[in-house]
Unconditional design. Sequence first.
Length: 312
Amino acid sequence: MKIYCWLLLLFAQITLVTAQSNKSIYLFSYFKGNGEDGLHLAWSADGLKWTSLKNDSSFLTPTVAKDKLMRDPCVIRGADGLFHMVWTVSWSERTIGYASSKDLIHWSQQQAIPVMEHEPSALNCWAPEIFYDDASKQYMIYWATTIPGRFPKGDTASDHNHRIYYVTTKDFTTYTKAAVLYDQGFNVIDATIQKNGSQYVMFLKDETRYPPQKNLRTATSTTLTGGYSAPSAPITGNYWAEGPTVLKKGNQWIVYFDKYRDHKYGAVTSTDLVHWTEISELLEMPKGIRHGTVVVITQNELDKLLKEGNKK
């Protein structure tokens, strides 16, 4: 009987340890200032209270492109088990940054991907993101670019006519030629895409300047690389919002965003992607956090990040 009880206790302990090691942890990648010092990371157990890692110092210093910035870092876990990251390298260059890592600590050599070099009048490549498509076994990288005069029906008072463009790749070595992903006749930036059943949901910023919108909306498609609908009504409130990133917890969607004029972060939540509730007052975010993304990691991966942060 004693042996049985001991075995039962041992089994319970093993089960508890296994459950803890497999528990999902949420990781937020972000930048501070103008992105000069590189990649910052924060973690959360509940998606509301976020704690910076490594005393809020950089995990990766930018080295590519003329301006050597690391703004808007987007991190995803790829089908190969690696973390893949893209970022904005400059306010005014036609390339985006890319690197990969197995542990979010040691990173591959950084690349500057010349996604818009074939468009000599393109002014920028902003807020790139990555989506892995299970159906085609390839990655789609997408971002916002403005090309003066390209869309005359857009927001042309200041010739800011951003549209969302994309390329695809299977190996982060060769890429398709950039093409338009989203054009609904208005100035649009900061897109991020989530799969919802058989649909793809794009969360985007309406960047219309005259009259100003500066809010977040959604669009849907049954195809990843095109066919997205006209934008929904705004899902954010009476403030300026940008840089959406999305976390799905069970049946709850949480959209985080930068309230950039208020110098704080905000969030809205929904269970049906139609009706949205403001939960900004529940957030606790690192001071100075700017436009980033959420990715799910394990407790073991977090432990390694915490250990790295404790190094002197």
